[in-house]
Ligand binder design. Sequence first.
Ligand code: AMP
Length: 216
Amino acid sequence: MRFVFLGLPGAGKGTQARILSERLDIPQISTGDILREHVQEGTRLGIEARTYMDRGEYVPDDVVVRMVEERLGEPDASKGFILDGFPRTVRQAQALEVALVELGTPLTAVVKFTISDTTAIRRIIGRYTCPVCKRTYHQEWRPPANDQLCDVDGTPLEKRSDEDELTVKRRLAIYREQTEPLERYYAERGLLRDVDAEARMDTVTERMLAALGDAV
Ligand code: AMP
């Protein structure tokens, strides 16, 4: 079972990918999380990536593609995976297709989580993330039980550096320009499943499972 999750920032890709990953026992591969780990560790890749990430721009394709190819080569990915935040450009999608043809393991489905720009902005601006388990919270809609601490592991929650209003608006514009064309790319290959993500988390999970049907 090999999935790609598409959708605007704040559409719930990460949350739903975590739920499906636990359910199917396959890894969730989030390029954003991998890049943020590099930034935190101060690796050469992290130092390069940070300049793009802080501006809300995409990290160059060749850097991200190499990173994903390496990750897909790890043993846990042989039983399947959920790509969360990759591919984000047609060039990345083409590179993924080539890599999967070489491995003889084509994609099972691509899920697109749809929300409006207004919802995306509201969700992201109020969002806090646990740096350890990557769970996200929202100051209004899903606050943690204890002030600013992760419900699961008690770690102090953080605000990401690319989650202010101006940067979020730039991220949405870049998504429209560079990532939206992927919807057509995958629709033409018969892989695209649409999920209306303007709802509570549990409802979106039900819709995702319904959209995947026999695939899960
Ligand atoms: P995310 O956590 O998925 O919202 O990603 C955060 C940031 O990481 C993005 O705004 C980009 O700067 C970078 N990033 C993550 N995935 C990719 C990708 N597939 N291609 C290029 N940049 C990426």
